[in-house]
Structure formats: C-alpha cells, structure tokens
Design a protein around this ligand. Structure first.
Ligand code: COA
Length: 384
C-alpha cells in the first residue's frame, strides 16, 4: 500500500449561501488546488460527495465540477452516504491512492439546501433514515437523537446542562472560525431557555441546516515529498455499519459503526485513543458528541458528560473535541461535512488554524456518520 498524504485543503464559508451548488463546489475545489500549489491538470480523479443536489437542480455533480475546473476528461465518482457522504468519499479517494491507481486526486463535498426552507429540508433529510420504520412514522432526525438523549440521560445520570455545555464549548470554538455558520457565543442558560425542538433537545442542542463546500487534495507520499513541505499523512482509515433503524440496535446510547470504524483506523495507525491529540467528531446534536467520544474510546461508557463538565474537551483540555466549532457551530452542509473535518485537521497540523489552534498537536482524528450512524468512517492523520 502507498502512503497517502494531504497537500491542500479549501472550504467556502458554511451558512446560508447565495451562490449555486456548482459555484460553491468550484470555489472550494479551486481553494484546495491553490493551497496545494498544483495545476488542475495534475489531478487524475475526482471524488464528489453530495446528498441533495436535486434541491439546486444539479445531480451528477462529478463531471460538472471536473468540466468547470477545465479537466472534463478526468474521471469522477459521485458519492451519497447521507450526512457521512464526505468521509465515505474521502475513504474511496484514500483507497484509490493507497492502491496505486492514482497519484493525485481531488475530494470535494458540497450541499446547498437552505433556500428550500426547514419543512422541505426536514422531510428530505428524513429519507436518509430507515424510512419505513423512522421517517415515514414521523421520526425526523431531531426526534431520533432525542430518543438517544432520553435514554442516555436516564442510564448515565447525565443532565440537560451537560448537553448544553457541549453546545457552549462548540460555539466558543466556532467564534474563532471565520468560516463557521453560527459564530455566536452562548451560555448554558441560553441553551436551556431556547425553544424545545424534540425534548430534551432544544434549538441550541441542534446543528443548523447549512450550505457549503469543502475540498482536499490527496496524493502519494512520493508526490507530496517532491512537491511541498506542507503536508500531512493519513495513517489510519476505517469504515463500519450499524442496523439502519435505531430499533435494530442492542443499545441506543452507542453507535456500532463508530466502534467498528474506529477500531479499524486505530489498528491501521498502530495507535490507541490516548495518542490522539484532538478530534473532529459528528456532533449533529449535542448528545451525539457525548456518545461519539465514548465510542471512539476517549472516555469510558457513561463518562463523557463528566469529561465535558471538567473542561477536558475544550480547546485547552487534554483531548480537544471539535476545535472547528463542529457541526453545531461551524455548520452541517451534509455532503461537505466529512471533507470539511479533514480540511480542519490539515489546517490544524500545518499551522493554519489561527486562534483555534490546538497546542502541540501532531495527531488528529475525524469521525463522520450517516443518519443515526448507519454508516460511518474514521480517519487518523499525522503531521510530518
Ligand atoms: C433546529 C431547527 C429545527 C431550527 O430550524 P428553524 O426553527 O426553522 O430555524 P430558522 O432557520 O427559522 O432560524 C431561526 C433562528 O434560529 C437560528 N438557528 C437555526 N438553527 C439553529 C441551530 N441549530 N442552532 C442555533 N441557532 C439556530 C437561526 O440563525 C435564526 O436566528 P435569527 O432569527 O437570529 O436569524 C433546524 O435547524 C434543524 O432541524 N436542525 C437539525 C438539522 C438536522 O437534522 N441535520 C441532520 C443531522 S443527522
């Protein structure tokens, strides 16, 4: 297997964007290409993640992005895996470079939905659940994660304040991220007093609907070394699956796909959770960050809330989680999120994260899943 490196990353701002889906995908791709210091014609393949291109009247995005980059002859693959599309697409890009099929590839994720409004988006997102048992029965994602939250609070004696502290911490980080959707400092009281969306989850426990695009350039170690000093290495990659509907799982306070993907990624990297310096995890709702950080092995089962209370996951804690602001504050343009996490790790490990830099970090982890964790990919990166 070839060693795989990242030599460039780019993102649009996340939020409510006016430009078309193809324009924002192009902006992020050009940013990544410029950051890598390469020419578009050096790219040998494209991996494009997106879920609801149909909302902006453009599916089959791969060839459109390649054409707009002036490289229509370059093959591309369009990938959908719900909210985990970005990381699953990144994994395909990684595997193809690792296998030696390509030397340099582009992975771009994009989503554009906010113009359709909350009702349309909530309905369409619910098609990503196991629709027969969940969406079709009236359970939207806030409802499904609220079920997880109720079970977690009862089982582990955690409180709604603990959930709120996750939101406060991620908003604190997001304020330091110029590309974040919700750049607003909040307090525990603000969260507790915000409107109930699906009890016990309130407005500030939820990620927003966001538009946005992110892009990274992957290449072989040989290409990276010949080309730049500013690169990071992908040292671990794992994927996993879970029963699609929550009702099929033995426990709804853990996500099997995360555990499977994480174990595979740690094994490939030859490290344990203790070696990870920071992580970008899938906090679509505050409860998800608690569950994720236990499933990833950072804390024992049921102990994540205590870790948050002790400030261990803050930017200056012993295991900073979501220095970018996470899905909660940075935003969640679902096809782009997994690639945006990799872009954040690239910025962190190459000295481009500004005020939100995690001090002395050398190893970063990304974790991104689809739906309530039916599909998942975990990646581990190391500075060189
Ligand atoms: C929480 C949610 C229901 C709010 O939708 P909404 O009530 O229609 O919100 P609006 O877009 O009308 O925004 C109303 C206000 O709340 C703010 N807001 C919206 N979503 C927010 C969020 N998640 N967190 C904090 N503030 C939010 C908006 O900025 C706006 O503020 P303003 O009036 O100061 O401009 C919606 O964002 C949601 O469903 N989020 C979850 C998305 C999801 O399920 N993703 C998939 C995960 S698996």
């Amino acid at each position: 297997m070839e060693k795989v490196c990242i030599i460039g990353a780019g993102s649009t701002k996340y939020g409510k964007l006016a430009d078309s889906i193809t324009d924002i995908a192009l902006q992020a791709s050009v940013d990544a290409i410029e950051s890598a210091g390469i020419e578009p014609k050096q790219i040998q393949a494209g991996y494009i993640s997106n879920v609801f291109g149909i909302a902006d009247k453009q599916v089959h995005l791969g060839p459109v992005i390649m054409s707009n980059l002036g490289i229509p002859e370059v093959p591309s693959l369009s990938i959908e895996s719900a909210c985990g599309s970005g990381s699953i697409s990144f994994r395909e890009a990684f595997a193809n470079v690792a296998a030696g099929f390509y030397d340099v590839v582009l992975a771009t994720g994009v989503e554009k939905v906010t113009h359709t409004g909350t009702e349309w988006t909530t309905t369409y997102f619910s098609y990503c659940s196991d629709f027969f048992y969940e969406g079709g029965a009236g359970a939207s994602f806030p409802g499904l994660f609220a079920s997880m939250a109720r079970a977690y609070l009862a089982e582990y004696k955690a409180t709604e304040e603990d959930l709120a502290m996750v939101a406060v911490k991620n908003h604190d980080n997001g304020v330091l991220n110029p590309k974040a959707h919700l750049r607003k400092k909040i307090t525990v009281d603000d969260v507790l007093k915000s409107a109930v969306v699906a009890s016990p989850l309130k407005l500030y426990d939820c990620c927003p609907f966001s538009d946005g695009a992110s892009s990274v350039i992957l290449c072989s170690e040989k290409f990276a070394k010949a080309h730049t000093k500013n690169y990071i290495e992908v040292i671990g990659s794992g994927r996993g699956g879970s029963p699609a509907a929550l009702q099929g799982r033995a426990h709804i306070t853990e996500i099997p796909s995360t555990k499977i993907a994480a174990q595979a990624a740690y094994k490939m990297a030859g490290i344990t959770p203790k070696d990870v310096d920071f992580a970008e995890v899938h906090d679509c709702f505050t409860i998800a960050e608690l569950v994720d950080s236990e499933d990833l092995g950072f804390f024992e089962k049921g102990k994540a809330a205590q870790a948050v209370r002790e400030g261990r996951t803050k930017l200056n804690g012993d295991i900073p989680i979501n220095p970018s602001g996470g899905l909660k504050s940075k935003g969640h343009p679902i096809g782009a999120t997994g690639i945006g996490q990799v872009a954040e790790v690239f910025d962190q490990l190459t000295g481009k994260a500004g005020e939100r830099t995690v001090k002395d970090a050398q190893i970063g982890l990304t974790h991104n899943f689809g739906a309530t964790g039916a599909s998942c990919a975990v990646h581990i990166f190391k500075s060189v």
